[in-house]
Design a protein around this ligand. Structure first.
Ligand code: NAD
Ligand code: UDX
Length: 463
């Protein structure tokens, strides 16, 4: 079976970049990305591709090349489903905020809606691909909906989880470590797997395309995120011990990372991991383990989240303690609000929680982030519902450059590792601040010796 028409439901951080790269690398395949969110689709269709809704290095150039040729963004969900041979489901699967599994389980209502819509519209056989991150055995539920409410059409369900990281989405998609495709071991299942393998084989070598059964594929995605996050919580746990003992966490990370069995990546101590995936997926893993009665397994993974929450709180506590146990009416400048550099995404960013803690202590926060809008920062804080929206907008002032944000501040906190922060004239910033001037580096990106020689009281994580 040769694929010529793909539809992707969900034009978000995964659907948008993933489909843009498929369209760029497969000019013979028509790729249509659909979403219910009209504004998002309008932004993807903005004539100036610098205004597309997701900032990722290299993405606007790819969209400029493929859009209108074989890449389309549309709100006509049913038409796109009807026309496509392959439908990727790339919608959000957030943590449930209600009912059974509240605060732990993945909310599958958007996935189920997609399955029902596909069942309603499809008149020919289709391959349905789970691109969203899903609990193991979700394909069973999707299949049941498709088979029982459909029009007698045959569906093959594949699991094809996405491993891209934000900020490096384009390079990750162009040079993936692996592509994982899970499907049924029946002849029809294998035919569907092979059809999807052929799409990726346009730019990924076949030895990097791994095929498995559906359940292994679904569970591998949760496992990969759990292992990655676990390394960060492990090094962050050590960072606290380093602070007590005179060891330096960067030196420890380098020393252990040179062991080829451990490896150097994902050992950067920080104010805590953020992003839309790690916390949500581990909570979901914990919930799944508990639902099978595997309490030790659940407790083991839950500790990764407990450690991460502790690390965020520890950072705000340290600011308060160091500033003589009070930050009331003091100005604390935040450099960075995004959950990591090179993205405008703020979901679960440590900055939100640190700001919330400090505002509880009646601090005034002034923020600069190169890519995050004022409205986004305020809505992130409002979402926590700790205080009124008016109180948040009084406590948070937002600047479009770092020098203004830091002027008159008692302390600076680095929350995101944006490269530009390492290029600043720190003497100029120091001169504009209250003295003593404190700098809390939540990302360990600045040079302690240089800052201390200027006069800063510099506190990094883990030293
Ligand atoms: P997102 O919120 O950015 O995008 C999801 C989009 O789906 C939204 O624009 C929403 O309007 C749309 N949508 C929801 N229901 C719909 C429906 N019924 N019909 C049409 N559109 C609908 O989410 P995301 O970050 O792209 O994540 C999507 C999935 O991919 C999640 O399961 C996530 O866990 C997984 N994932 C995310 C990343 C990442 O880095 N963000 C990486 C790997 C996997
Ligand atoms: C993650 C996975 O890496 C990716 O494979 C998956 O598809 C989606 O989830 P993402 O959340 O976009 O990607 O970014 P990632 O680079 O993993 O960073 C997550 C968080 O961990 C960020 O807040 C980052 O700053 C933090 N981090 C990362 C550390 O604190 N230390 C590290 O060593 C690495």
């Amino acid at each position: 079976m040769k694929i010529t028409k793909i539809c992707c439901i969900g034009a978000g951080y995964v659907g948008g970049p993933t489909m843009a790269v498929i369209a760029q690398k497969c000019p013979d395949i028509q790729v249509t990305v659909v979403d219910l969110n009209e504004q998002r689709i309008k932004d993807w269709n903005d004539p100036n591709t610098d205004n597309i809704p997701i900032y990722e290095p290299g993405l606007s150039e790819i969209v400029a090349e493929a859009r209108g040729r074989n890449l389309f963004f549309s709100t006509e969900v049913e038409k796109a489903i009807d026309e496509a041979q392959v439908i990727f489901i790339s919608v959000n699967t957030p943590t449930k905020t209600y009912g059974k599994g509240k605060g732990m389980a993945a909310d599958l209502k958007y996935i189920e809606l997609c399955a029902r819509q596909i069942a309603k519209v499809a008149k020919q056989n289709k391959i349905v691909v789970e691109k969203s991150t899903l609990p193991v055995r979700t394909a069973e539920a999707i299949k049941s909906i498709l088979d029982n409410t459909g029009n007698g059409v045959q569906f093959q369900i594949l699991s094809n989880p996405e491993f891209l990281a934000e900020g490096t989405a384009v390079t990750d998609l162009l040079n993936p470590d692996r592509i994982l495709i899970g499907g049924d071991t029946t002849p029809e299942g294998e035919e569907a797997i092979n059809a999807l393998v052929d799409v990726y084989a346009n730019w990924v070598s076949k030895d990097k395309i791994l095929t498995t059964n559906v359940w292994s594929s679904e569970l591998s995605k949760l496992t990969a995120n759990a292992f990655l996050a676990q390394r960060i919580s492990s090094i962050n746990a050590m960072s606290e011990l380093c602070e007590k003992t005179g060891a330096d966490v960067n030196e420890v990370a380098k020393a252990i990372g040179m062991d080829s069995r451990i490896g150097p990546k994902f050992l950067k101590a920080s104010v805590g991991f953020g992003g839309s995936c790690f916390q949500k997926d581990i909570l979901n893993l914990v919930y799944i383990a508990k639902s099978y009665g595997l309490n030790e397994v659940a407790d083991y993974w839950e500790q990764v989240i407990i450690m991460n929450d502790h690390q965020k709180r520890r950072f705000s506590n340290k600011i308060v303690q160091t500033l003589y146990n009070t930050v009331a009416d003091k100005k604390i400048a935040f450099l960075g609000w995004a959950f990591k550099k090179d993205t405008n995404d703020t979901r679960e960013s440590a900055a939100i929680y640190v700001a919330d803690d400090l505002i509880n202590e009646q601090a005034k926060i002034s923020v600069y982030d190169p890519k995050v809008s004022r409205n986004k920062m305020l809505s992130d804080l409002d979402y926590l519902e700790t205080r009124s929206d008016e109180a948040n907008s009084k406590a948070l002032s937002i600047f479009d450059n770092a020098y203004e944000a830091c002027k008159g501040a008692h302390a600076i906190a680095i929350l995101t590792e944006w490269d530009e922060f390492t290029t600043y004239d720190w003497q100029k910033i120091y001169d504009s601040m209250h003295k003593p001037a404190f700098l809390f580096d939540g990302r360990n990106i600045l040079d302690s010796k240089e800052l201390e020689s200027i006069g800063f009281i510099y506190k990094a994580i883990g030293s």
